[in-house]
Design a protein around this ligand. Structure first.
Ligand code: SAH
Length: 374
């Protein structure tokens, strides 16, 4: 897959209208899991209300698109994924009545919305689901509605109990192929959202929004990668951290004197790194970016470090790590190095063939650390 293929947008049809999707978006090449199953019901529900509606389902705006003909609602598509944001912008280009923006549920002002739609990502862990539910509740005006999509095999029952405790009213209104749709109403009060997790990793006191990759601990693969960062620790080095998460690799490189640019598709990750960099007084240029889309084409680095993602939602997807390796090659100066860590089973070696050389630096039973020279 070339860089062009990775960044290409593909139209799919949602209730007779055109939604754009791309690699790196949850569910691609289909609409995000669960959304298709409940879309009819969501759109009907939306038609019955008026006011401000938030599509925070992570479906690149599928819900807003399906419901948008119901003009009583002023829609905002709130995207935490940069890839999904790109798609939603294309889908709603020229549709002035739909506001598309990067954001997280807890950015919304208390009581700002009449209806919120969400599809909590079970793979981000229960702390994040708590946070998303509490933030959705708080974003609603009293007796505002939250519509929540979940799957019976991924904690729906447990989270339905949680929603029942947080909201004044909770009912399951659709059950379809394992997917369940809850309708909740806000009461007067709401639990306080717990925005941050505090923990120590690699000798640093860090914070992360729940649900960011490996929040609360150092990932074993990243730990192995850190052992091989010494050559980057020279004051002059320009380092790119691709898929930075809460930023442990960037922070270590910046502390060692490197000039660091950090990119991540997940806005919650970028916010976490901003916070860590401020508290630790490290200069890191952290940007919300689908792979390296936020870099100018001619920017070059001495080193790229990465622990590439190989999941998008539940499935193993190699399109993103492939795009990471391609971007690393493109943004390295000749002689610059890519250092990456991966599960032993992942076939990344053939992707390194275009570099002038590559070698294995070791690892453990589960992970391998590879270094390639441009
Ligand atoms: N470097 C961090 C995180 C590694 S996990 C650490 O070592 O802890 C991989 C990261 O890639 C995740 O934070 C994930 O959000 C990010 N990611 C996933 N898809 C991406 C994409 N398309 N573009 C940029 N980053 C992406």
């Amino acid at each position: 897959m070339t860089d062009q293929d990775y960044h290409a947008l593909y139209p799919v049809t949602v209730r007779g209208r055109r939604l754009f999707l791309k690699a790196g978006v949850r569910g691609f090449p289909k609409v995000a899991p669960g959304i298709a199953e409940v879309l009819d019901r969501l759109a009907v529900g939306a038609g019955e209300r008026s006011g401000v509606a938030i599509d925070a389902t992570g479906s690149a705006g599928a819900v807003a698109l399906a419901a948008e003909p119901h003009r009583q609602l002023a829609w905002t598509v709130l995207a935490s994924s940069s890839a999904a944001l790109t798609c939603a912008r294309q889908t709603f280009m020229g549709a002035a009545e739909v506001d598309v923006r990067a954001g997280l549920l807890w950015d919304l002002a208390d009581g700002a919305a009449d209806v919120v739609y969400l599809a909590p990502a079970s793979d981000r862990g229960s702390k994040r689901i708590h946070l998303d539910l509490a933030a959705a509740c708080r974003a609603l005006r009293p007796s505002g509605e939250a519509w929540i999509v979940w799957h019976k095999d991924r904690g729906a029952k447990r989270y339905e109990r949680l929603a029942a405790a947080m909201f004044a009213h909770h009912e399951v209104v659709v059950r379809s192929r394992g997917w369940r749709l809850s309708r909740c109403l806000r009461g007067d009060g709401c639990p306080e959202p717990e925005l941050w997790q505090r923990f120590a990793a690699a000798g640093l006191d860090l914070e992360s929004h729940p649900g960011v990759f490996s929040a609360g601990r150092l990932d074993r693969g990243s730990e192995l990668l850190i052992h091989h960062l010494e050559p980057l620790r020279t004051a002059a080095a320009k380092v790119l951290d691709l898929g930075c998460g809460y930023g442990v690799l960037s922070l270590l490189a910046a502390r060692a004197g490197a000039t660091v640019v950090a990119l991540d598709d997940d806005l919650a990750a970028i916010r976490s790194l901003h916070r860590n960099a401020t508290v630790l007084e490290c200069a890191v240029d952290a940007r919300h970016s689908d792979v390296a889309a936020a870099l100018k084409p001619n920017v070059r680095f001495d080193a790229v470090v990465t622990n590439p993602p190989f999941h998008v939602g539940q499935g193993v997807r190699l399109a993103v790590p492939r795009a990471f390796i391609e971007a690393a090659w493109r943004h390295l100066r000749p002689g610059g190095s890519l250092t990456l860590v991966a599960n032993r089973a992942l076939p990344y070696e053939p992707l390194l063939e275009r570099f002038s050389s590559w070698k294995s630096l070791g690892g453990d039973r589960r992970f391998k650390v590879l270094r390639a020279q441009r």
